[in-house]
Design a protein around this ligand. Structure first.
Ligand code: SF4
Ligand code: SF4
Length: 303
C-alpha cells in the first residue's frame, strides 16, 4: 500500500527516484504528507521559489518537484505542532460553515506535515547549492560554496594586475538550472577563460577547459550558484560582452561582480574600464579578518 502510494506520487510529480537493493524505493525530494497536511497554506509563503501550492482538488499542499531546490526552508522555517490532522480539518470545516476561519499562527505547520527525504544523486546537488546549512563537499564552505574575493587579503585569489569575476546565476524566486549555467561557462571556456579551481561549479564540470557541466545534473535547479573566472584588465570588456550575450539565451538572472586590487594610492583602472562599458561603479566592501595568509605574495615595491 505504501509502495503504491509512493509510486502514484512519483508519477504525478514526475520526480526522480532511485532504487536500492533489495527492492527498497527511496523518495528523493521534499515531501508533504497528504495524510497530515490540513491545507493551512503557511508553507506556501515561506518557499523562496514558489514551489508549494494548495491543490484545490485534493485540498492539500503539494510541492512542484521541478521547481523545488531542496533549500529546506519550509522544513526548518516553520515550527511544528503535532495536532491531530482529522481534528484540525473538522474544526476548520465547522468554522467555515459560520464563515469563520481556524488558522494556525503563520510560522507554524500545525500537523508536522513536511517530511524531508533522503536525497540521492543528482537531486542532492540542489540542496548543496540551496541550503545554507549544508557545506559543499568540494570546498568545505556553506551556502554557494565559495568565499569569492571576500577573503582576498589572505587567499590572494586575485593578484596584482588581475581582475576577478563572480558570475552569479539565480536569486531567491528566480532559481537557475545547470543547463543555464553550462551555456555560459562553455562560451567562456571557448574564449580561453580559465575557471577558479576552488569553486563548487568548477568541480561539477566534466573538464574545466571546456566549461561543460556534467550531463547528469544539467536539469537540476538551484537557488543560486557562482562561477568565478580571472582575467586581465584588457579583457574585462570582452568578458562582460560574452556574459551579456550568453545571458540572452538563458532563463534566469545573472549578477556580475568585478574586482581588482587597488594601487598604492587606492585607485584602479577598473573604474574607467567599467565606465566605458556603461557599467556603474561602486567601491565594494572589504572583509577584514584575523586569518593568516594561506599564500604569501610579495608586495610591489617591497624589494
Ligand atoms: S504548513 Fe503544514 S499543514 Fe499547512 S499547508 Fe503547509 S504542510 Fe500543510
Ligand atoms: S525545500 Fe525549499 S524550494 Fe523545496 S518546497 Fe521547501 S521551501 Fe520550497
Amino acid at each position: 500500500m505504501l509502495l503504491e502510494h509512493v509510486f502514484s506520487e512519483m508519477v504525478i510529480a514526475g520526480a526522480g527516484w532511485t532504487q536500492e537493493p533489495p527492492h527498497r524505493y527511496i523518495l528523493v525530494y521534499m515531501k508533504i504528507s497528504l495524510d497530515r497536511c490540513v491545507a493551512c497554506g503557511n508553507c506556501v509563503a515561506i518557499c523562496p521559489v514558489g514551489a508549494i501550492d494548495i491543490d484545490p482538488v485534493i485540498n492539500r499542499a503539494t510541492v512542484d518537484q521541478d521547481r523545488c531546490v531542496e533549500c529546506f526552508a519550509c522544513y526548518r522555517g516553520l515550527s511544528t505542532e503535532h495536532l491531530n490532522p482529522t481534528l484540525v480539518r473538522s474544526i476548520r470545516k465547522v468554522f467555515s460553515w459560520f464563515r469563520l476561519r481556524f488558522d494556525p499562527e503563520p510560522d507554524v505547520c500545525p500537523t508536522d506535515a513536511i517530511e524531508p527525504q533522503d536525497l540521492a544523486w543528482p537531486r542532492i546537488v540542489r540542496r548543496a547549492f540551496s541550503d545554507p546549512l549544508v557545506p559543499h563537499e568540494s570546498t568545505g564552505i556553506h551556502g554557494r560554496g565559495t568565499e569569492e574575493v571576500k577573503t582576498n587579503d589572505v587567499t590572494h585569489r586575485v593578484g596584482e594586475g588581475e581582475v576577478g569575476f563572480t558570475i552569479e546565476f539565480g536569486r531567491p524566486s528566480v532559481s537557475a538550472s545547470f543547463r543555464d549555467i553550462s551555456g555560459v561557462t562553455e562560451t567562456l571556456a571557448a574564449a580561453g577563460i580559465a575557471f577558479e579551481a576552488n569553486n563548487p561549479v568548477t568541480h561539477l564540470m566534466d573538464d574545466p577547459s571546456t566549461g561543460k557541466i556534467r550531463e547528469d545534473i544539467l536539469d537540476e535547479r538551484v537557488l543560486s550558484a557562482i562561477v568565478e573566472v580571472k582575467t586581465t584588465m584588457e579583457r574585462v570588456p570582452e568578458i562582460l560582452r560574452i556574459v551579456r550575450e550568453a545571458a540572452e539565451n538563458i532563463e534566469t538572472i545573472i549578477a556580475i561582480g568585478v574586482s581588482t586590487r587597488c594601487d598604492a594610492e587606492g585607485g584602479s583602472a577598473l573604474e574607467s574600464v567599467l565606465h566605458d562599458e556603461g557599467v556603474p561603479f561602486w567601491r565594494g566592501k572589504t572583509n577584514l579578518g584575523l586569518g593568516r595568509a594561506s599564500q604569501v605574495e610579495p608586495v610591489a615595491g617591497s624589494g
